[in-house]
Ligand binder design. Structure first.
Ligand SMILES: [Fe+2]
Ligand SMILES: [Fe+2]
Length: 501
């Protein structure tokens, strides 16, 4: 799961976290029971001779069985996370997210079943939401739990409108499971909002096939039921698009959609960078290409790597003219002392952090911006200070304040950033020259202990080097020199010119 604020994620699952998670779990179970109570109350008030308390009394054994079934299904979710990912249980927000998502989807499906038709329920909604907000493996498991929960509630609380489609009640688990699975496999490749709606049509396929098989003897009514099935798929996708931003804000999650919106060239900070620091903007785009290639090679989060690269140098917006890529001739550093220059240069990492936070953008981007130079020295101004003094220069006074990269993505940005910058200074950009420059960058950072605080391995660094070299060779490849051709029109023009003389 991806949070905007990494401080939200807790890795330790001790006694306190365990007690807290059990209380949240029980709280959510009570919410589910209250919801079932609401369904029964609604059903009894809709029935002509409805009596809520009478129904509870006469069906007490069924309702106890239903409560126990729901409890077992919820316990299954809890134990899944105990064995698969304890950090989810150690983080109260994520437990709330899982169960609120489950409760909300049950509630929505129940209402559509009650007021429209049992086949019109958006049964793939939970699969889509959990896919984007948590992950594919968890989405498959939660889809199974959702299918079984719906089946239990349907069979033990329904009477009236929904019972007339007995086949639908019995086939709920299989239909929900199949539609959810299609949503997960098709939805994981969805990159744009229009494609999410197309996912809705893909979800319809298993639903329509099952309706046709179950209700083929209904005559003309089958057509109406098929339309309801179509609605179920499209509604799943539409409600997913409507609810996703709500969950993003409520639980402080960042999804691929949000990251893509942030990397749009018209996003406020990107537009400002393009207008006020075009050189930095172009540099960031190339760094994003490199970081994306590295993330793909390491099986890391590509959308996050791309966004982090776009925002890593936004701190330069404070004084863009002091950075080489934005200068068109005059270099203001020629009038400054090396101490003053280095203060301006290294402040861009911290300024980037402050700017990203002040715009309420994901903290993870701010963290990477402040870490992308680690504690490296600004070599150019350190060498200049050494030349101007008698040798007594403290290198720490010419170094960035850190912290060092804390994650693999931050390390990728650090290497990609320096590789892009150095590749511009190479006189000949042959793959061998680029490879040796990138190797030097990585070795220098290793010697200076820049990767000591993140979980990057030697193998990862070799993979990063390979990805950057092949990418940079593509960006700065050699082109054949076009010969100058004398065009026919130019010849005629020059002839006319001679005649008029
Ligand atoms: Fe930078
Ligand atoms: Fe940079």
């Amino acid at each position: 799961m991806r949070y905007a604020d990494p401080a939200d994620i807790k890795d330790t699952f001790g006694k306190n976290e365990c007690i807290k998670s059990v209380f949240i779990f029980l709280g959510n179970y009570i919410i589910a029971l209250l919801m079932i109570g609401l369904f029964i109350w609604m059903n009894t008030t809709r029935a002509e001779s409805g009596d809520f308390l009478g129904y509870i009394r006469s069906n007490s054994s069924t309702l106890i069985y239903l409560s126990a079934s729901i409890f077992m299904l919820f316990v299954a979710v809890y134990f899944y996370y105990i064995f698969e990912d304890k950090s989810m249980l150690a983080t109260p927000k994520s437990i709330w997210l899982i169960f609120i998502m489950l409760d909300a989807c049950i509630l929505i499906c129940y209402f559509f079943g009650l007021f429209f038709n049992i086949y019109a329920r958006p049964i793939a909604l939970l699969a889509l939401l959990s896919l984007l907000l948590i992950g594919r493996r968890d989405a498959i498991f939660l889809n199974v739990i959702f299918a079984l929960t719906m089946f239990s509630i349907d069979n033990f609380t329904n009477f009236g409108s929904m019972i007339e489609y007995e086949n639908a009640l019995v086939s709920t688990p299989l239909m929900t499971f199949a539609a959810g699975l299609v949503a997960i496999f098709v939805g994981s490749r969805v990159k744009t909002r229009i494609r999410s709606f197309l996912t809705g049509f893909a979800i319809c396929i298993p639903i329509l096939v099952m309706i046709a098989c179950l209700e083929y003897n209904q005559g003309m009514e089958l057509l109406y039921l098929m339309l309801y099935g179509l609605e179920a798929g499209v509604l799943s996708a539409a409600l997913f698009m409507a609810l996703l931003p709500v969950f993003e804000v409520l639980f402080n999650c960042i999804t691929d959609y949000r990251l893509r919106e942030l990397t749009d060239h018209d996003a406020p900070l990107m537009r400002e960078l393009k207008e006020r620091a075009f050189g930095t903007f172009n540099h960031s785009i190339v760094v994003a290409h490199l970081a994306e290639a590295c993330a793909i090679a390491l099986n890391e989060d590509t959308a996050l790597a791309r966004a982090a690269a776009y925002y890593h140098d936004v701190g330069k917006l404070r004084q863009p003219e002091y950075f080489t890529e934005n200068q068109t001739g005059f270099n203001p550093h020629s009038e400054l002392t090396p101490e003053l220059s280095v203060d301006i240069i290294r402040s861009h990492a911290k300024d980037g952090y402050d700017l990203i936070r002040s715009k309420h953008l994901p903290k993870i981007l701010a963290d990477i911006a402040v870490q992308h130079h680690g504690t490296l020295p600004v070599k150019y101004f350190y060498a200049k200070a050494l030349k101007m003094s008698d040798g007594g220069v403290n290198i720490e006074e010419f170094s960035y304040g850190g912290p060092k990269p804390q994650t693999k993505i931050a390390a990728i940005i650090m290497i990609a950033d320096a590789s892009e910058a150095i590749s511009r200074t190479l006189p000949a950009r042959s793959p061998e020259k680029v490879e040796s420059a990138v190797r030097e960058i990585i070795e220098e950072r290793m010697d200076l202990g820049q990767f000591d605080e993140c979980n990057i391995t030697m193998r990862d660094l070799t993979t990063i080097k390979g990805a950057i070299v092949s990418c940079l060779s593509g960006v700065y490849h050699n082109r054949v020199k076009y010969p100058k051709l004398k065009l026919k029109r130019q010849e005629e023009d020059s002839k006319d010119g001679k005649e008029t003389k």
